[in-house]
Every structure is written in structure tokens, then in C-alpha cells.
Design a protein around this ligand. Structure first.
Ligand SMILES: Cc1cc2nc3c(=O)[nH]c(=O)nc-3n(C[C@H](O)[C@H](O)[C@H](O)COP(=O)(O)OP(=O)(O)OC[C@H]3O[C@@H](n4cnc5c(N)ncnc54)[C@H](O)[C@@H]3O)c2cc1C
Length: 289
């Protein structure tokens, strides 16, 4: 166990744990320990984290880098690197998740960056959140060996105090349509970055399941919208498609109003993102038309 290095830039004590046992020990014994993955978002150096005194990087803890594939789901340790997960290949992990992983950063960052850091970043939802929200991933948080919390990703807002993200469970299902699109600049993130995921299952020309997730500054999955598609016989008529897009626009505006209560986003950025969301939705619905 190491507890003596300092991050000279901010005088932060860097603590390193070799395994989960050591992590639990430090979590109990170090006051306000700040847990990060690989630190590539630099969130720990931002003004909102000015006061942090001690930091622990999970990336080196092999207990948190385990990946286990079962028939119906895959469990991924929160410190697994993006490159490590990508190595599993498109046949093992859901296509939208694979495409999202591929779109992130460059090979150097992919080798360092963790899935946990991508999910827990607080300022906005990063690339993996949208496909994981659509796939209905589950998040496991731990405070100690015997204290575990399970939170569906749809209910996740921030890491519960005193806990860290330990595992992500991704259900494996067969999807007939799988679309992931990244908006904004390639291989990096800025205010215009947003992520769209569309999944659909079709049986005998009837939509039996559909998931539509949009994440960035504003993040949502509108069940009301998805429900309108369930049980619908294909192909979709253009009248039905247009009504759906109008409904999607109304729901987007409601989400935007809610978001604006606690945050600010420029009207121009929002108008652009809304239009892109509606275009992507229209593009996806064309697969059902
Ligand atoms: C050049 C470059 C390009 C990039 N491009 C992209 C991109 O295209 N898409 C994208 O999404 N990101 C991008 N990023 C940002 C970043 O690299 C990724 O999002 C990465 O997955 C974050 O992982 P990390 O381990 O470095 O997170 P960290 O920076 O370590 O952590 C991020 C946040 O999550 C919290 N956290 C991390 N792990 C845990 C845990 N186990 N439990 C509780 N809280 C935790 C930390 O406290 C912190 O608040 C880019 C970064 C760079 C430098």
C-alpha cells in the first residue's frame, strides 16, 4: 500500500491500492477520499473539486478489471479499460455499446480510460451512457465487502456518498435494429457532444421492444414515446411517423425545461441538438417504414 505520493499541481495525496481489500481499508480510514478511474477527464483537477486532499486511482486494481460473460448478461469491472472491453469484439458485446466504445478518443486514451469514469463523470453524460441506458444496464456500488447497492442506470444521478462503482451489468439480447450515433466532434468531447441510441426488436412485422436514448447535456429515454411504437405493425405509415416526431419534440422540450432549472445551456446549442435528435429519430424510424 502506498500513501505518500503527492500530485504537485494541487498538493493532492495520491493513494494506491493493489486490491479491493486495500481499497475498502482506505475508503474507511481516509477522510473524503476521492475515487477516480484513470483520471483522463481531469475532473479531479477542476474547480468544483478544489478541496480534495486524497485521491485513489482504481485503474490499477485488477479485482475491478474482471469481465465475466454469461448467457444473458456480461459483467464488467468498473476499472476495465475501454481497450480491454473492445477486445471482446462485436460478437460478444451489444453492437451499440461496441460502436460507442470505438468512437471514444484515440488508442492511447482508450488504453487508460475506464468504463467507470465514463459513467460517473458528473458534468454531462459521456459516450457510453446512451447505449447503456438503452440496454438497461445495472450498476453495482460498494462501500465495503458487505455493503453493496444496485442501481439501474436509468435511476443513476451521482455516485452515492461513501460508495464507488464496482461493476456494470449489461443484459445481452438480440436486437434487429441497433443504431448508435455520436454528435459533435469525433474522438473528443465538447458542449455539442451528444449520443443517440436506437434499438428495436421485431417479431412477425410487429414492434415488440424499442429503446430510444439521447444523452449529453440533457439525457433522457422517453418511455411514453417508446410505448407508442410497441405493438405497431410494420411498415410505419408516414402519418404515424410524423406524429411520433411531433410527440418526440414536445417531450424533448419538457426535458430541456427541467434541465434549465438547474443548469444553463445556450439556446443555440439546444436548438442544434434538438434538431439533430429529431433527425436521428427520423433516420431510425425509416428502418421501420
Ligand atoms: C483526447 C481525449 C479524448 C476524449 N474523447 C472522449 C470521447 O470521445 N468520449 C468520451 O466519453 N470521453 C472522452 N474523453 C474523456 C475520458 O477519457 C473518457 O470519458 C474516459 O472513459 C473516462 O475514464 P477515466 O477512468 O479516465 O475517468 P476519470 O477521469 O478517472 O473519472 C471521471 C469521473 O468519474 C468518477 N469515477 C471514476 N471511476 C469511478 C468509480 N469506480 N466509482 C465512482 N466514481 C468514479 C471520478 O471521480 C470522476 O468524477 C476523452 C479524453 C481525452 C483526453
Amino acid at each position: 500500500m502506498e500513501k505518500d505520493k503527492l500530485d504537485f499541481e494541487k498538493n493532492i495525496q495520491v493513494i494506491s491500492a493493489q486490491n479491493l481489500e486495500e481499497l475498502f481499508y482506505f475508503q474507511k480510514s481516509v477522510r473524503d477520499l476521492y475515487i477516480v478511474g484513470a483520471g483522463t477527464t481531469k475532473e479531479h483537477l477542476s474547480n468544483s473539486h478544489k478541496g480534495i486532499k486524497s485521491i485513489l486511482f482504481t485503474r490499477t486494481i485488477t479485482d475491478l478489471c474482471q469481465i465475466e460473460k454469461k448467457e444473458r448478461y456480461i459483467d464488467i469491472g468498473s476499472a476495465s479499460s475501454l481497450a480491454q472491453i473492445l477486445e471482446l469484439g462485436e460478437k460478444i458485446i451489444p453492437k451499440v455499446f461496441y460502436d460507442a466504445l470505438k468512437s471514444i478518443a484515440n488508442p492511447f486514451i482508450k488504453n487508460l480510460a475506464t468504463i467507470g469514469g465514463n459513467i460517473c463523470y458528473t458534468k454531462k453524460r459521456l459516450t457510453l451512457f446512451s447505449p447503456l441506458l438503452a440496454l438497461e444496464a445495472g450498476l453495482e456500488f460498494k462501500a465495503s465487502a458487505s455493503d453493496t447497492l444496485y442501481i439501474p442506470i436509468s435511476k443513476f444521478h451521482e455516485v452515492p456518498k461513501g460508495y464507488f462503482l464496482s461493476k456494470i451489468r449489461i443484459p445481452i439480447e438480440d436486437w434487429d435494429i441497433s443504431i448508435f450515433k455520436k454528435l459533435g466532434p469525433q474522438e473528443t468531447i465538447n458542449a455539442f457532444s451528444a449520443f443517440f441510441t436506437f434499438l428495436a426488436q421485431i417479431e412477425k412485422a410487429v414492434v415488440v421492444d424499442v429503446r430510444i436514448a439521447f444523452c449529453g447535456n440533457i439525457s433522457f429515454r422517453h418511455k411514453e414515446l417508446e410505448n407508442k411504437l410497441l405493438g405497431i405493425r410494420l411498415p410505419l405509415s408516414s402519418k404515424f411517423k410524423n406524429e411520433l416526431i411531433l410527440e418526440a419534440e414536445k417531450l424533448y422540450d419538457l426535458s430541456f425545461e427541467e434541465y434549465q432549472e438547474n443548469n444553463t445551456i445556450s439556446k443555440t446549442t439546444d436548438a442544434l441538438l434538438k434538431q439533430q435528435y429529431l433527425n436521428l429519430l427520423s433516420f431510425s424510424l425509416d428502418y421501420l417504414s
